[in-house]
Design a protein around this ligand. Structure first.
Ligand code: SF4
Length: 412
């Protein structure tokens, strides 16, 4: 670590400004029925409206099962437009599509939809910017603009489900099968709204997308109290912990939240989650050249995780132009994988989808930032990427899965 590292403060409390109007997706089924009643319509209209919404239909003209008088009133009151497409970018022969969204207050966030044989995954953002200040991450350098509302988070998944159903990605119509919270923001710092989002993702139609728990992954940089809270909730979604360093000395600087909760506390909290759910968690580790990719750190990580219900997902850093942070060279990656596996730790290397479309969190939003727009980068990267860049920080929405082998033995 050198003196060029940017040090930003940790920000836990998001500004209250800028939250969007109430939306159907913010409401439970009971609340939605109540809201519809208050608007003078029978409660079951809420179910009809929800069925349309979760299928991606917001145009009243298409809601032919609703009386025409109800359509306008209900859509205006409960389906305000929260996400506007600024642009789509496609990569990987049309199988990856990154979307830059403008929110009602001008904040910019992004999501990435990735199609694989037999499944489709969307990576969604939970905050505009991020307050966790990881120095190697483009989003972290923007600071935290605000939390997204539940409907703003859910809307990204609903749009992805509709895009798949409509065959907007190469390969024809399909079904959204997986959601990962690895876009902009620290999901567990926006806990209540992320929890509502989980409800909507897992609830069957008409009031949700009906995904299975194991196909939804919540990532965290290590907010230990929130991991414990998630453990107590009783949900069995997949947990991913962004560790990025096995030792407190390095992690204190690379992942500043470590100054609050140490490596040992984070893995203990993740262990408790795994114990309760019976499912292993994923340890995300961005491999950064000469920073955390040394063989001795692989050994430390192996020692830390051996015997735990954990799986390591290594992510070669997506470099930001002009940044000192760079991806580990392939031989270093291979060595790291080999040492982890020798320690008996299941290890994969993440596919890097969409590198040619600024494939990680914060990249596209930073490239599009305008003066006065709330999510403009405020750190040293501000203004440095007016043009789309070729890579990005971590937590990155386009680099999620599947794991690819680096010439070592499979471990799945
Ligand atoms: S790596 Fe994740 S937690 Fe850290 S600043 Fe970036 S988005 Fe936030």
């Amino acid at each position: 670590m050198d003196d060029a590292m940017t040090v930003l403060p940790l920000v836990f409390d998001a500004p209250k400004r800028g939250m969007p109007p109430r939306h159907l997706a913010d409401l439970s089924r009971e609340e939605a029925r109540e809201a519809v009643s208050e608007l003078g319509h029978p409660p079951f209209r809420a179910d009809q409206l929800a069925r349309h919404y979760y299928r991606g239909v917001t145009d009243p003209a298409q809601m032919t099962d609703l009386p025409s008088a109800a359509r306008e009133t209900l859509t205006e009151a409960l389906l305000p437009g929260l996400l506007t497409v600024v642009r789509h970018q496609t990569a990987d022969d049309g199988r990856t599509r990154k979307t830059l969204w403008r929110l009602h207050d001008g904040a910019l966030v992004e999501s990435v939809l990735m199609r694989y044989p037999g499944r489709a995954t969307v990576c969604i953002s939970s905050q505009a910017g991020c307050g966790m200040a990881c120095p190697f991450c483009a989003t972290g350098q923007q600071g935290l603009t605000r939390n997204l509302s539940a409907a703003e988070i859910i809307g990204q998944a609903v749009a992805a489900a509709a895009a798949m159903a409509n065959g907007e990605l190469d390969g024809g119509p399909g079904r959204l099968s997986n959601v990962v919270f690895m876009g902009m923001g620290e999901p567990l710092a926006n806990y209540a709204r992320v929890r509502k989002t989980l409800d909507a993702l897992l609830t069957p139609a008409p009031h949700g997308l009906g995904l299975s728990q194991r196909s939804v992954t919540v990532s965290t940089v290590g907010l230990v109290p929130a991991i414990r809270r998630l453990t107590d909730e009783g949900r069995n979604v997949t947990l991913a912990v962004s560790l990025h360093a096995p030792d407190d000395e390095l992690r204190d600087t690379l992942v500043p939240i470590n100054t609050r909760w140490k490596v040992g506390e984070v893995v203990d909290a993740a262990d408790a989650y795994a114990k309760r759910t019976g499912r292993r968690y994923s340890v995300e580790y961005a491999l950064i050249r000469d920073v955390n990719d040394q063989p001795f750190r692989a050994d430390l990580l192996g020692k830390l995780l051996a015997g735990r219900l954990a799986h390591v997902n290594l992510i070669p850093l997506n470099p930001t132009p002009g940044s000192k942070w760079d991806a580990s060279p392939l031989p270093a990656q291979r060595e790291f994988v080999a040492r982890l596996r020798a320690a008996g730790v299941a290890t994969t290397v993440r596919d890097t989808r969409g590198q040619d479309i600024d494939g990680a969190c914060g990249q596209l939003a930073a490239a599009d930032a305008e003066p006065g727009v709330p999510s403009v980068a405020v750190g040293p990267l501000a203004g440095a990427r007016r043009e789309p860049a070729s890579g990005g920080g971590q937590g990155g929405p386009s680099t999620v899965e599947p794991p690819v082998e680096l010439g070592a033995e499979g471990d799945q």
